[in-house]
Structure formats: C-alpha cells, structure tokens
Design a protein around this ligand. Structure first.
Ligand SMILES: *[C@@H]1O[C@H](CO)[C@@H](O)[C@H](O)[C@H]1NC(C)=O
Ligand SMILES: *[C@@H]1O[C@H](CO)[C@@H](O)[C@H](O)[C@H]1NC(C)=O
Ligand SMILES: *[C@@H]1O[C@H](CO)[C@@H](O)[C@H](O)[C@H]1NC(C)=O
Ligand SMILES: CC(=O)N[C@H]1CO[C@H](CO)[C@@H](O)[C@@H]1O
Length: 180
C-alpha cells in the first residue's frame, strides 16, 4: 500500500523494568479472549496481553493501545536479533479516517521506515485489528523462534504526538502466577 505516512522515529533509550500483572487484566476483549499474562509497557500506556504455548512455541498476543484517534497508526514488535528499532518485527494497526483498522506486519529495516507491509522473520497468523472506544487492539499469533522466549520489544504510536521509541525486554514465558 505504499507509504501513506512517513515517520521519523527518534530513539530514546530507556532502561526500565517491566512490572508484570497490573490492572490490565481487567480488560475485556470484544471476542472474550482471555490471555494468561499482560503487561503495561513503560510508556504510552500501551498494553500487551499474551498466552504462550510452549508445546509449539506460539504466543497469542493482543497489543492494545489506548487513546488513538482516526488516521493514526500504532505498532508493536519484537526484535529477535538485538535491542533497538532496526530489525523489529512489527504488528501494525493503521486506523483509517473512517475508524476502520487495517492490521498487517512490517519488518523494520531502517530508521526512515514507512512501516510498509512485509512478512516477518517468523510466522504470524490470525492478524486483525479493531478500534474500540479509542483503543486500538491488534491480535495475532506469533510462531516464535524455538527455544527463545526473551526478546527486545519496541512500540510506537504516530504520526504526530509521540516521536519516541522505547525498547525494553519482554520475557514472554513469564506467567501471571509468577507476578507480584
Ligand atoms: C499452538 O498450541 C496451542 C495449544 O495447544 C493451540 O491452541 C494453537 O492453535 C497452536 N498454534 C499453532 C499455530 O499451531
Ligand atoms: C474505511 O476506510 C477503509 C480504508 O480507506 C476502506 O477500505 C473501507 O472500505 C472504509 N469503510 C467504510 C465503512 O467506509
Ligand atoms: C523468563 O522468565 C522465566 C520465568 O520466570 C525465567 O525462568 C527465565 O529465566 C526468564 N528468562 C530471561 C531471559 O529472563
Ligand atoms: C538501540 C537501542 O535502543 N538499544 C538499547 C535497548 O535497550 C537496552 C536495554 O533495555 C539497551 O541495552 C540497548 O542499548
């Protein structure tokens, strides 16, 4: 779909610790999906909900970004290779002017990315997005590299307000019962 928006992301390095199992657990998804773990990310009030299946190293995830208006995009991804923006394997939710959400994947190859559609380095199925009361939710199942459960994660909202990118580590094997 070309590059309907051009973004320049500035990196602000952050060394924050994720606190697991906060009140994100009270959120009810429109499809009544229940995820075993959730985390509020250190900025933008972004939330990631997931269930990890060790048997097939698949993670069912729901990335939820509150406070999004029409004609914005949101993105969350994992960087399998190293911390940082370049190389991030991202799920993107593009909110059109009429409020519909197109969800797709984008492999971020450089700092001037337009978040073009592309495949990722791991398989993704069931990706879809929705906008509910100002929350964009992007759902997907990620087939993670076998044996890997800890990745750098990256997320962002655009185009105007937050030219900011934070990377922090996501330990996807952490279970809800282990929090607190
Ligand atoms: C992975 O395993 C879970 C639990 O058995 C199952 O629900 C899910 O469909 C599987 N996913 C894939 C992509 O095979
Ligand atoms: C909303 O916009 C999208 C993207 O431009 C378009 O594909 C879709 O058909 C529109 N939906 C409605 C209900 O107008
Ligand atoms: C991820 O969390 C699990 C469960 O708490 C722990 O056993 C494992 O060592 C952690 N891995 C990393 C890389 O932090
Ligand atoms: C490129 C980049 O942003 N790297 C940083 C990501 O965050 C980790 C710590 O969480 C740093 O070690 C990296 O330098």
């Amino acid at each position: 779909m070309g590059t309907p928006f051009h973004i320049i992301l500035f990196m602000i390095l952050s060394f924050l610790t994720i606190t697991y199992g906060q009140d994100c657990n009270t959120y009810t998804f429109t499809n009544n999906n229940v995820y075993s773990t959730c985390v509020t990310l250190p900025s933008l009030n972004s939330q990631l909900h997931w269930t990890y299946h060790p048997s097939n190293t698949t993670a069912d995830v729901a990335y939820r970004q509150p406070g999004v208006s029409n004609s914005q995009w949101v993105a969350w991804g994992l960087n399998v290779d190293r911390p940082g923006m370049v190389g991030t394997q991202a799920l993107v939710g593009l909110v059109s002017s009429n409020g519909s959400v197109q969800a797709y994947t984008s492999s971020v190859n450089g700092y001037g990315t337009g978040l073009q559609r592309s495949g990722l380095s791991f398989a993704v199925s069931g990706i879809r997005g929705e906008l509910v009361n100002g929350d964009v939710v992007v759902y997907a199942s990620l087939s993670l590299p076998s044996g890997r459960t800890s990745f750098a994660q990256v997320w962002q909202v655009g185009p105007i307000s937050y030219e900011l990118l934070i990377n922090t580590t996501l330990n996807i094997s952490v279970q809800l019962e282990e929090s607190h």
